[in-house]
Write a protein that binds this ligand. Sequence first.
Ligand SMILES: NC(=O)c1ccc[n+]([C@@H]2O[C@H](COP(=O)([O-])OP(=O)(O)OC[C@H]3O[C@@H](n4cnc5c(N)ncnc54)[C@H](O)[C@@H]3O)[C@@H](O)[C@H]2O)c1
Length: 418
Amino acid sequence: MECDIANMELAERGRDRTHWAGQSMPVLAVVNERFARERPLEGITIGACLHVTTETANLMIALAAGGAEVSLCASNPLSTQDDVAAHLVRDHGMPIFAVRGEDRDRYYDHIKSVLDLKPSITLDDGADLVSTIHTERTELIPDLLGSLEETTTGVIRLRAMERDGVLRVPVVAVNDARTKHMFDNRYGTGQSTIDGILRATNALLAGSVMVIAGYGWCGRGLAFRARGMGASVIVTEVDPLKALEAVMDGFRVMTMDEAAPIGDMFVTVTGDIRVITARHFEAMKDGAVVANSGHFDVEIDKEALESLAERTVTPRDSVKTFVLPGGKRVNLLGEGRLINLSAAEGHPAAVMDMSFANQALSCEYLVGLPERLEPKVHRVPDEIDLEVARLKLEAKGARIDELTDEQRVYLASWRAGT
Ligand SMILES: NC(=O)c1ccc[n+]([C@@H]2O[C@H](COP(=O)([O-])OP(=O)(O)OC[C@H]3O[C@@H](n4cnc5c(N)ncnc54)[C@H](O)[C@@H]3O)[C@@H](O)[C@H]2O)c1
């Protein structure tokens, strides 16, 4: 079996950590058990490009339990947990192509290795598999049942492909399931971004000024958690509604130009490009910390920072200090890549439980359809979303009321008024 991983000797640790994460993934465990009984994915080849973490390992194991042949490469050069990769190869015989710190060429070689296995379903986190299929591997398109997309940026790319009339495979936007983005993006990114910043810097959040660019699902989660730890939070936005929401949530809202000289820490979570750039670095305080938690490493203009700097120092893992003329220091975390995955472990398993149950059930949905969906971006069916919410509530021991017949009729009627 072909694979490319860092070190097989790490497998033991990867196995133990994967089991540990699995204990916080009760919804995926229910899906796994049913899949093992019913084998709905028998004969299906699944190629995944996801962050190679303990949570993803549990997803891969559930898909294999359902009968699928699965292979996996990384969706970010810095997010791979090498012990997890080794565990999946040694204990589950899966072809894994992921090495933490791989360069761009090796990253794309790994994507191609997964595509060489001719997947009938692909799982993407950022749309790199689908875009490579459309540019270099078009021969795979006719046999592709569809692709699942995990993150906001991927869904935006795929919608752009659909709009431009070039999307040739059906895509299910797992990110847009409510049991995904309302929880994973908000609570998952919120907590794990802070985790990454703290592991990278060991900074004290209390009393510091954190500037958050983007008040979407991720930014909102981050802002509330940072405030909860005592930071004074400033939000920058381009959408007047989101900005107004931030104001009403009690945060200061201003432009990045206004925030640059005030902030101690800056975090981008916009999915946009060059949100922090040269003039902002020039305006920042000495010792400012800059990090990104949006999907691609384009939100912070790293090239501008490089060219402003006279020299660089690496005082800690995941921190690169750029010394500007006059001696001012700007600290870039995790090379401007997803800080929660580059300096920490990504989202807690308890939240990936819901995201990955959506992934597994959406695979089953694609396989069970009488014919292939239209080559468009599709929603996760409501039944899957509600099933994931129901199972998660059950796992948390929370029960909810049921509508009475009278209430059902009342809520469906327009006749009853004042
Ligand atoms: N770190 C992670 O693990 C993780 C998890 C989920 C999503 N993501 C990524 O995080 C990014 C944001 O995801 P989301 O679900 O919050 O998206 P979202 O669409 O809900 O929010 C993005 C927000 O950024 C704002 N924005 C855009 N350009 C801006 C600019 N120049 N300045 C300030 N604000 C700007 C938008 O108006 C929007 O409100 C995406 O790239 C997504 O893929 C990362």
